[in-house]
Ligand binder design. Structure first.
Ligand SMILES: [Cu+2]
Length: 191
C-alpha cells in the first residue's frame, strides 16, 4: 500500500511494510532565506522513523562549508520579520519547537527543546548529504513545523541558547515547512 500527497512544496509519503508496521516518512523542500524573503530551492531533507529515533537524511546543495545548527521551529512560515527597522530572515518560523517549554538547547541527546536537531555537515562542494539521528523525535512531531538551518554550528547548550539576531552564527540561512495539508498555506515570497 502506498499513498502520496503532493501539496505545494511538500511531499508526504506514508508506507506500510508487509508486516503492517507503519514506517512514516516526510520530505521537506528547503529554500535559501534572505531579508527579501524565500529564495532559491536548495534540495530536500527526508525524515524517517527508525527503531533508534528520527533518521534525518539531507540532500542539500549550495550551502556554506562546515557544521550548521539545525532545528525544528514552531511556525509554518519561512518569511522575514521586521524587527527594529531591520528585516530578519525566516523569523516568521518563530522559536524552537519545544512542547516541554524547557527554554534550553541541549542537543538531540539532551533534555532541552525537542526541536534541537544534530548539526548538518556541509562538505567542500557545498552539499549536505550525511544522515544524522534525533532519538527523541518521531515523524508525527514534524507536522506543522519549519525546519531551519542556521549560519553557524550548534554547540548544544554552549552558546546560541536563544535567538540573538545580531549574532552572525544564529542567522537563519535556509528554511522549509512541513505541512500535512490540513493547514496548507503557500510560503510568502516577498522578493
Ligand atoms: Cu533554530
Amino acid at each position: 500500500m502506498w499513498k502520496q500527497f503532493r501539496i505545494g512544496i511538500v511531499t508526504v509519503a506514508l508506507t506500510a511494510s508487509p508486516t503492517m508496521t507503519h514506517a512514516a516518512e516526510i520530505a521537506v523542500t528547503l529554500h535559501e532565506v534572505t531579508m527579501e524573503g524565500i529564495s532559491s530551492e536548495i534540495g530536500q531533507i527526508r525524515f524517517e522513523d527508525s527503531e533508534y529515533g528520527l533518521l534525518i537524511k539531507p540532500d542539500l546543495h549550495g550551502l556554506p562549508l562546515g557544521p550548521h545548527d539545525t532545528h525544528l521551529h514552531e511556525n509554518l512560515d519561512c518569511g522575514p520579520v521586521e524587527l527594529d527597522g531591520e528585516l530578519i530572515p525566516a523569523d516568521a518560523a518563530g522559536g524552537h519547537y519545544g512542547p516541554h517549554k524547557t527554554g534550553r538547547l541541549e542537543g538531540p541527546y539532551g533534555n532541552g527543546a525537542l526541536g534541537d536537531l544534530p548539526n548538518l555537515i556541509v562538505e567542500h562542494d557545498g552539499a549536505a548529504t550525511i544522515p544524522v539521528l534525533a532519538p527523541r523525535l518521531k515523524v508525527e512531531d514534524l507536522h506543522g513545523r519549519a525546519a531551519v538551518i542556521h549560519a553557524g554550528p550548534g554547540r548544544y547548550g554552549e552558546g546560541h541558547a536563544s535567538h540573538h539576531h545580531d549574532e552572525a552564527s544564529a542567522r537563519r540561512i535556509a528554511c522549509g515547512v512541513m505541512d500535512s495539508g490540513k493547514r496548507h498555506r503557500q510560503p510568502r515570497n516577498l522578493a
